[in-house]
Design a protein around this ligand. Structure first.
Ligand SMILES: Cc1cc2nc3c(=O)[nH]c(=O)nc-3n(C[C@H](O)[C@H](O)[C@H](O)COP(=O)(O)O)c2cc1C
Ligand SMILES: [Fe+2]
Ligand SMILES: [Fe+2]
Length: 412
């Protein structure tokens, strides 16, 4: 079995999950996800983050512990950076097999444990922001609270000698890793794949907390001793030992999209029953293409919202195209916009278009749905039934104007 040593004291364990289950019960993971945990060994042994028993993850961790000459019973400290069940689901089983380990989390984390798990509270210990745990042999773990990354109780753990940041959900990604975990072990094409999965993970799971991502990055850069973070070890996805700054910069860029609106490209979300809205949209797309701005099309309800959210989060320009349906928006678009709102897809330049039959209603419903998202809306274009040539010309001009407007930067 291949082992993944960060140094002679710290090892990454991981379980790739390949499943038809949805992550968090919502998000598809057709290319899998990894659950990473880490062992830090001095005179004492700490296990940092854990797993739930999903697709045999616990027995796979056991096998990797065994390869390191360890058993579950040998763990002196179990460090729970975050209480979400993907990292703690098998906690009661851990406690049954190891009654003596201290279980460490923030005070808020310790309070959550009895809500999720029936275990004795002996051996549960709250750690303070900045507190250190010396494992001996120069291995010192320090804990920093990073609230709302992803739950209110979240912290990260920093190992000082190696400069390793165990960041749990932060800096994570979807995508199974296979038999490699480190950034320098993947090709450019593989990194491109993981970058897509990282954006989707961010947009699906982290985007609501962008402000806290920015706060955590600033806090950690000030708090960790020189020479700073030399390895970023999240509990989902690649471990960044060669270019830790690459993933930190990527997350900082994603977090800033909440203010800047994102990249100068267009995400087109559309739905149409009989093709009238689609015919108008084709004219908009002609205008966007003429401006030479990249765009991607997503049809609702055909495409999973997980992917639409990722693209909608990244693109500063949005075209939302849908007809009126029962005096309101075409329903799948209402679901998409509801998710855009919940996930704080803010600061966009948007154009809404669509066909109606006798009285409309989609536009009013749309305006209510996007209230509070700080979108700069171009005048909407609606028409009855088929678009006539004047409407098609207006649609094409509106597509071009939207795209050209993205070129004029609206940086953070
Ligand atoms: C189930 C259904 C409900 C509709 N409800 C409304 C409505 O409440 N108000 C309206 O003006 N048109 C309504 N229409 C008409 C459509 O908005 C119109 O046919 C439009 O051209 C459809 O655009 P599409 O071809 O892009 O699907 C409805 C059509 C259908 C099939
Ligand atoms: Fe989480
Ligand atoms: Fe997680």
């Amino acid at each position: 079995m291949k082992t993944h040593d960060i140094n002679s004291h710290i090892r990454c364990l991981h379980a790739d999950i390949h499943t038809n289950d949805l992550f968090e019960g919502i998000w598809p993971i057709p290319r899998g996800v990894s659950l990473n945990a880490f062992v830090a060994r001095g005179d004492k042994t700490a296990l940092i983050d854990f797993v739930r028993d999903w697709e045999g993850a616990v027995s796979r961790l056991d096998a990797q512990l065994e390869a390191a000459g360890l058993r579950c019973q040998d763990v002196d400290y179990l460090i729970l950076n975050h209480l979400e069940p993907d990292h703690t689901g098998a906690l009661a089983e851990f406690r049954r097999r190891n009654p003596h380990a201290q279980i460490l989390a923030t005070a808020k984390g310790i309070k959550l444990i009895p809500s999720f798990y029936t275990i004795d509270d002996d051996g549960l210990r709250a750690v303070r922001d900045g507190e250190a745990l010396d494992l001996g042999q120069g291995v010192v773990l320090r804990f920093f609270e990073t609230p709302n990354l992803h739950w209110p109780e979240t912290m990260v753990t920093f190992e000082e000698a190696s400069g390793t940041l165990f960041s749990c959900d932060a800096f994570g990604s979807f995508g199974a890793l296979g038999d490699r975990v480190f950034d320098d072990e993947f090709s450019g094409a593989e990194h491109a794949f993981f970058e897509g999965e990282c954006l989707r993970y961010y947009a699906n799971i982290v985007s609501s907390f962008s402000l806290f991502v920015e706060k955590a990055i600033v806090k950690l850069q000030g708090a960790v001793p020189a020479p700073g973070i030399r390895c970023v070890a999240p509990s989902h996805g690649i471990v960044w030992r060669k270019r830790p700054e690459a993933i930190i910069e990527r997350y900082a860029r994603y977090a800033a999209y909440a203010r800047s609106g994102g990249e100068p490209e267009v995400c087109v979300v559309w739905g149409s029953m009989y093709g009238n809205t689609k015919a108008g949209l084709d004219a908009v797309i002609k205008g966007i293409a003429a401006a030479g701005v990249p765009y991607r099309l997503h049809r609702v309800p055909d495409e999973d919202l997980s992917y639409i959210l990722a693209d909608g989060y990244r693109a500063r320009g949005l075209v939302m195209a849908m007809p009126t349906y029962e005096y309101a928006m075409f329903p799948p678009m209402a679901w998409a916009l509801d998710l855009f709102k919940r996930k704080h897809i803010t600061g966009k330049k948007a154009l809404r278009i669509g066909s109606w039959g006798w009285v409309g209603g989609a536009q009013r419903d749309y305006e209510a749905a996007i209230a509070g998202l700080r979108w700069e809306s171009a005048p909407a274009i609606e028409w009855a039934g088929q678009a006539d040539s004047a409407t098609l010309a207006a649609l094409e001009a509106a597509g071009k104007a939207l795209a050209q407007g993205l070129r004029v930067g609206t940086g953070p």
